[in-house]
Structures are given as C-alpha cells and as structure tokens.
Design a protein around this ligand. Structure first.
Ligand code: 5GP
Ligand code: MN
Length: 336
C-alpha cells in the first residue's frame, strides 16, 4: 500500500481523473466507484465514472448513479474524457480485458493507472496499486484508501458510506462469506457511524425484485436445477428462451447460483447461461474446490477461489456437457 503522502501527491498531480470498473458492474464494482467518486468530488477533483455496460436495476438507487457514463452509449464523450485524463482508477478488476469494449482505449491511454482490487493474479497493467486478495470487497480497500487520506473522519459522508456499505454487503453475501473478518465488521460499523443506513440498503438491494424475476427464479428452481450427486455438484442451465420468457434483465440472475450451492452436501455449483454471443458461466464452491482454476483452465475466465466466472463458445448443451466432463478431474476434492 502506498503511503498517505504518496497517495496525496498522486492525487494532487492529477487534474483530470477517471474511475473505471469491470464489465456488467456488480454491487462492489459500482459501490466502490461511486464511493471513491463522491470523495474525490468533495476534494474538488475533476472526476468521471465510465463503465462498459449497464448494470442491475437493484443498484439504480445508489447515490450518484446518474453521473455514471456508459461507454457504448456516449462513445465520443467517453473517449475524449479518457484521452484527457491524467489518472485512471481501475476498480474491482485486475486485467484490462475485464473492461470489455473499453480495453483498447484504456490500454492506449497514457494516463497513470491506479488499480484497487482484490482478485488473484493481476495482469500488471497498473502504475500504482492497492491490491489485497484477502480483502472481502474492493469497497473495503476504498474505505482503507479514503480513511488513510482524510484529515477528518467527517469527510466520509453518508453518501460515501452508503456506496461502500453496499459494495461490501453484496460481495460478502450479506456478511456471510469466509472473507467477512472482524476487520470487515469494524469497517461496517464505521460506515454505519458515518451515515450508512444499513436496513435501507438491504431493503433497496434485496427487496426490489420484479414479479418476473421471482417467477424466473421459481422456474429455474423447479425446471432447471440439476444435482449431480456423485460429484457433489449442482448446476442450472438457462436457455435463451428462458431469458426471453421471463424478460430477464441485467441483474436478474444475480445470486441464482447460490441456490445450487445451498443444496445440502453440494461443494461446487454452476450457473450456465446462453447469452447468445457466448455461453456465460458462474461458479461457486465451498472449501477447497478451486473455482478460479476451473474457470481459467476450461472457460477462459478467472476470479476468486470460491467464486469465479468465465465463458465458452458453442451451444448451451455442449458447454453443460463440457462442464460435467471436467468434474472427474476434481473428483477427489469434490467427494471429500
Ligand atoms: P460472477 O459469477 O458473479 O459473474 O463472477 C464471480 C467472480 O468471477 C467475480 O469475482 C468476477 O470478477 C469473476 N469473473 C466472472 N466472469 C469472469 C470472466 O469472464 N473472466 C474473469 N477473469 N473473471 C470473471
Ligand atoms: Mn469485488
């Protein structure tokens, strides 16, 4: 971690700042970006958030959300902002390919890149980094970054606290995952003290499903869940027709894979979705089943040890078949 003085110097030298995060931003990606955005704004920086795609509607209420620029929707403006930037924050990703259509323009930019992230195996595109794969969320690292820079804790406003709380809450499965350490709870306590209204944030994120989303969940649980008992593995295979039938939008599939993992005895869960251009996989595991290795070796992806993702070409059934066929490779760990 850079010192407070080093960080202050980097910020003072940067007159135009851009914040970026990964494609299809989740709660941590957007919460981290907006938390940092609000703080930099309060320090009178010229700062913009640019993302490569839309994001779940359950994040629409986050303070500052309207300031988020979506690259494909506003290409000329985003391109010129990136060209003029002297500092680009890269939040919640550690490989530029995770920014999808923005990869080329970010790679070409001469701005200094400051990566703040908690994923394993950084690519090494960054000039500065705050990287800790043990961190529960990037929002936790943003809190550490801001807390270290501020003179007064009151600089952490309710807006900042709300965004960072949302990031940590979503990336820890509401403080359930193993990454939820005592230190995470300490930060959460400070965020509540700074004005994060915890019950309201839970309400906004978890009690905002559309009727279609809930019916889609019911359909998947009833008709799309397959439990492979001999490998302690469960999967959902979701077709294009399923997505169309229930008018599934970005974010509606978030959390679905956890239902497969919640079956008693299951150690590996997969959600395999036909996204037309590609088949997308989400993997979750319990204990020593390495989701990130499976995603990296077989599905052109990566992520954390117990939560990873990737994609594959081909049709849904062939990817499901491929997934099942690699289970023998992990036989010993799966049936332990
Ligand atoms: P999710 O399953 O929620 O989409 O992603 C879980 C984790 O896997 C996240 O930490 C995310 O960064 C990572 N991940 C998801 N998809 C990909 C991918 O296509 N490539 C890489 N490298 N990581 C991914
Ligand atoms: Mn994250």
């Amino acid at each position: 971690m850079l010192t407070r003085n080093e960080n202050k110097e980097i910020l003072s030298k940067s007159d135009k700042i851009i914040i970026t995060t990964h494609h299809k931003p989740d709660g941590d990606a957007l919460g981290s970006s907006l938390g940092l955005y609000h703080w930099l704004k309060s320090q009178n920086h010229d700062v913009h958030i640019i993302v490569s795609s839309d994001f779940p509607t359950f994040l629409d209420w986050l303070p500052g959300r309207d300031a988020v620029l979506i690259y494909p929707d506003d290409m000329a403006l985003c391109q010129s902002l990136i060209d003029e930037a002297s500092l680009i924050f890269c939040l919640d990703y550690n490989a530029l390919s995770r920014t999808n259509v923005m990869e080329g323009v970010l790679r070409a930019s001469t701005a200094k890149k400051y990566m703040i992230d908690h994923h394993l195996d950084p690519e090494g595109f960054d000039d500065y980094r705050l990287w800790d794969p043990q961190a529960a969320a990037t929002a936790q690292l943003i809190y550490t970054f801001i807390e270290d820079c501020v003179d007064e804790v009151s600089e952490i406003t309710p807006e900042i606290a709300t965004c960072l709380y949302a990031g940590i809450m979503t990336d820890t499965g509401s403080f359930r995952f193993r990454s939820t350490t005592e230190q995470v709870h300490e930060i959460i306590s400070k965020l509540i003290r700074s004005g994060a209204r915890n019950w309201e944030i839970h309400e906004q994120i978890y009690n905002s499903s559309t009727e279609n989303r809930l019916k889609f969940l019911g359909h998947c649980l009833l008709n799309r869940l397959e439990v492979i008992h001999e490998y302690n593995t469960a999967l959902f295979a979701v077709s294009k027709q399923d997505l169309e039938q229930f008018q599934v939008t970005t974010g509606d599939t978030e959390g679905l894979v956890n239902y497969a993992l919640s079956v008693k005895g299951i150690r590996l869960a997969a959600l395999i979705i036909d996204r037309t251009e590609l088949i997308k996989l989400s993997l979750r595991s319990i204990g020593d089943v390495p989701c990130n290795e499976i995603a990296r070796k077989h599905f052109n992806g990566g992520g954390h040890f117990n939560a990873a993702g990737g994609s594959s070409e081909g049709d849904l059934q062939s990817v499901v078949h491929k997934f099942k066929s690699i289970l023998t490779e992990y036989n010993e760990i799966l049936i332990k």
